[in-house]
Design a protein around this ligand. Sequence first.
Ligand code: HEM
Length: 513
Amino acid sequence: MGLILKAVGAYVLYVISQAIYNILFHPLAKFPGPKAWSTSRIPYLFTLVTGQNSFRIKALHDEYGPVVRVAPNELHINDPRAWDDIYLRKDSEIRPPQWGMRPPGIESYNVISGVGPDHARFRKALGMAFSEEAVKEYEPTVRSYFNKFTTRIDDLIAKNKGSAVVDMVKWSNFTTFDVIGELAWSKSYDCLDTGAGHAIMGVLSHFQGVIIAAAITYYPWINNALMAITPRSAFEDLKMIFNDGHERLQNRIKNGPSGHPDVLGHLAEYNKQNPNAKITDDEIEQNVFSCLVAGSECLTTAFSGALHYLLVYPSKLQRAQEEVRAAFSSEANINATDAAKLEYLNAVIEESLRLCPPLPDMLRRQLPSDAPTTIAGRVIPPATVVSVSCYSMFRSASHFSSPDTFAPERFLKDADESAKWSPDSPLNHNDMAAFKPWGVGPRECPAQPLARLEMRLFLAILLYRYDFKVAEGNYLTKWTSQQVFETWQKDPLNVEFSPAATSSGTATPVAAP
Ligand code: HEM
């Protein structure tokens, strides 16, 4: 008993002395931030595991300014210059060790967990798979799944005599998951056919689990204790998805692509061209998984975010519909190249990415430990963890006027000059150097061409083919009342679709954003 008391006493003493050191003597002591957050990492981790971190970090920037100490060794920076200063440095792909984990039992790295030469090798291969030229060849495959989606909606409309109510979070996820499965290993997950999610989606969408896993990794003794008492069966679901991926890869190798170019074809081509830096089959599996997670979830947020804000602002919805309907003589003529020329549609996409960035806050980086680094004009001590939060940056009143207002007009080249004079106008000031929804540098999203193609095509088809509104008896959740676990935990978005009418009436806003 005496020994236990002594151990507890020694631990309490250690925690107190650590707290005093962190506040008074730590190299980050001079940086502003709440005392509790500077003393220990617990407040930061608490907001992470409760899904509130993005909102708290934004509130801290509003209170303390562009540089905030959010944990004993971590700073968040809300200055557009930080994009290049943090993410274009040499070794800027290095994350803090707690955030580069591989799942239990997996030896191979992928593009998300890998660093150095591994990361460079994976990026080069994925660069081939997601180049503009490669993505152009994926368009017919993507289109066939979007057509499958509209056929499902049309069936529902016919059954319900004129309109169909669809949860667009769920159905966007079915669509993006089927598309990426088909593009990756020539085998979709058949969600649009079955009207149900595939088992793999449940496991992959557990971002809350990832956050908690990373959070406890900061306290190795908790991590080790939990690992020791977790039954092996708890990892069965994870084993199931890796077995499923393994089978898909083997089938694809045996049978070849299913009549269209796919990501695996490009990875095989990469291996042929780079015999001394090949990607092994295990690494291919892991990299395809990283695309499944990143690809389906980010695009589901992008689709749902755009639809959400168009529903909140019917006058913007009407303008987007008019543009798309005037640009194409028939739905069959809609294609990604021409959709890329639609100014307003593209402005809607950019503005939705500003308000609903698919990755609001996961861009942490570890600075080198051998010398200080200058970021946004400030000298930052060695080994500090630094991060830009897309959510804080894109919703900051310093960078965007009326930052919470959905105003695609910010992104138009020929915006109304007279509207710029009012300080409340969304056109008053917009610092586009702050807006980097795809990230910057060696970890910048490798699949932008595919993501842009899918966003343009999907939205153009929906806007052309349907009129839509918030379903009767439903309401829109305030976007920012949703939790964030790496990505948004999206509430159902029940949209009522009906065939496009030839003329649309005048429109007024329906809800707060
Ligand atoms: C609107 C859609 C998307 C957005 C806004 C987006 C955004 C981002 C951002 C900000 C990063 C950088 C993370 C970092 O710096 O740590 C990233 C990385 C990544 N994205 Fe995307 N993404 C989108 C869609 C996709 C799609 C469709 C795929 C795959 C099919 C994809 C695959 C990846 C991968 C594999 C990485 C990791 C790259 C690395 O660590 O080197 N993303 N994405």
